[in-house]
Design a protein around this ligand. Structure first.
Ligand code: UDP
Length: 469
């Protein structure tokens, strides 16, 4: 008997991508999926992909042609399509935190009522950061599956906030002395500098506090928690979480159905393949800070000068809203693109997985978003870390200190062109090649037949069936 999963992502690229991967995984294992995007996300998808127009031709059209039962619908996020959500992020999240719950509950009730599955065989699978998910699952009497899109380490630290409080590490101390945290179950000693940004800053916004701390609270009520990590990457942390929560490490979820085309990019992508083809193997640095991190014009300029000083080939994703104090047309130093000529290419967005998979790529300068880290590891690409916010400093700790597949560029915003150039040169010389290949194998083995993620997903399916059938 097929289970039916209603799946709802947080409406950002870095959260949509892994949930889409999970949807394909579960559909391949016999689940029926109803995937729900906001009207706005669907609008961006249809602007970007000619094959995504309506509910008959949506982001999963190709998956359906491959025989997967993935249905699709959309919901309003409360704002008109032309509303600038980036410029009004507080207002947007205010709505998502308070009023969206009513709408989403109504939609879910309607899906359950109108579909051919009994409610007891329907589950709600949402990103843990969807602030309403525990309440809605309870009200609708659905099995509650919380999908954690960051490393297990971040979940463990957030889950044990009470321990951080008891030991005086949260709220952060006024004097910024560095300290080591040794008491969180399953977590190796970790410096306070490596904590998530929202645990290190005294003035976290009310929205962020509700969103992030709400997630660590809600996760306690989940029937199942799926982690987009690999057991062998974080063995002690995954084990310790397993003692207290029903967790299953099933990552990296983006890579299990690579032959199915999914139209998931929210922005028009530049095709970099031909350009990469013209470059020698492992000679190109890929630079990207993900889908929503913003920095300053000064940081962008230092990186630009650093790239010139390093004299390296590069592809650099410069999103139109990358800087808070400048627009895309003036964020780079004057004449920069002419100066780097054939050596460098600035693009507004690209197919990152395609770029990272190309043999021309030698290293990745990243903000350490979790998807970017996993994608880089999957392709055995060494990492230059420039974390800004949220989980990124903690992800950097894993990459640099624990797995040794990269190096750190700097902490915070004060990067210099010499630091940029020096670290690029060090990373591009091949020092981390062997270690990166080792981790590439580890990730691929985990998804292969009988690998840990494959087995954990199977265990989840069995445990779920035992609960609902
Ligand atoms: N991405 C992409 N093209 C780009 C930049 C990013 O396809 O030019 C994708 C990338 O592959 C990843 C996601 O956007 O899957 C970004 O997620 P991540 O967790 O790395 O960072 P976030 O955007 O959440 O900060």
């Amino acid at each position: 008997m097929r289970p039916h999963a209603i799946m709802i992502p947080v409406p950002y690229q870095g959260h949509i991508n892994p949930l889409v991967g999970l949807a394909i995984n579960l559909a391949s294992r016999g689940f029926t999926i109803t995937f729900v995007n906001t009207h706005f996300v669907h609008h961006l998808l249809s602007k970007t992909h000619s094959d995504v127009n309506d509910h008959q031709t949506d982001m999963f059209s190709e998956a359906r042609k491959s025989g997967l039962d993935i249905r699709y619908t959309t919901i309003s996020d409360g704002f008109p399509l032309d509303y600038d959500r980036d410029a009004n992020v507080e207002k947007f999240w205010d709505y998502m935190l308070e009023d969206f719950v009513v709408q989403v509950e109504e939609l879910i009730r309607n899906i359950v009522k109108s579909c051919d599955f009994p409610a007891y065989r329907t589950l709600l699978i949402t990103d843990t950061f969807n602030p309403w998910h525990a309440k809605v699952a309870k009200n609708c009497n659905l099995v509650n599956v919380s999908f954690w899109t960051q490393p297990a380490l971040v979940l463990a630290l957030g889950y044990h906030l009470d321990l951080l409080r008891k030991n005086g590490h949260y709220p952060p101390r006024e004097e910024k002395t560095e300290d080591t945290i040794t008491y969180v179950p399953g977590v190796e000693p970790i410096g306070t500098k490596d904590l998530m940004s929202f645990l290190k800053e005294a003035d976290v916004t009310v929205i962020l506090e509700k969103l992030v701390f709400g997630a660590f609270e809600q996760v306690r009520y989940a029937d199942f928690i799926l982690l987009n990590t690999v057991q062998e990457l974080e063995p002690k942390t995954v084990h310790a979480l397993n003692q207290i929560l029903p967790t299953y490490a099933i990552g990296p979820v983006n890579f299990s159905a690579r032959d199915i085309k999914i139209s998931k990019a929210l922005v028009q992508q530049t095709d970099c393949t031909e350009w990469l083809q013209s470059k020698p193997p492992a000679s190109v640095l890929y630079v990207s800070f993900g889908s929503f991190i913003q920095t300053t014009k000064q940081v962008i300029e230092e990186i630009a000068h650093g790239l010139v000083l390093a004299d390296v080939n590069f592809i650099w994703v410069v999103r139109k809203n990358i800087a808070t104090d400048s627009d895309a047309t003036s964020v780079l130093p004057g004449g920069f693109e002419q100066r780097v000529k054939e050596k460098g290419w600035i693009v507004p967005w690209c197919d990152q997985e395609a770029v990272l998979s190309h043999p021309g790529i030698g290293a990745f300068l990243t903000h350490c978003g979790w998807n970017s880290v996993l994608e880089s590891m999957w392709h055995g690409v060494p990492i230059l870390c420039y974390p800004f916010l949220y989980d990124q400093p903690t992800n950097r700790k894993l990459v640099v200190d624990d797995w040794k597949i990269g190096i750190n560029l700097c902490d915070g915003e004060a990067v210099s062109r010499d630091e940029v150039a020096g670290n690029i040169k060090r990373l591009m010389c091949g020092e981390f090649g062997e270690q990166s290949k080792k981790f590439r194998t580890l990730l691929r083995d985990s998804l292969g037949d009988g690998g840990s993620s494959d087995k954990n997903l199977e265990r989840f399916v069995e445990d779920l069936r035992a609960k609902i059938l």
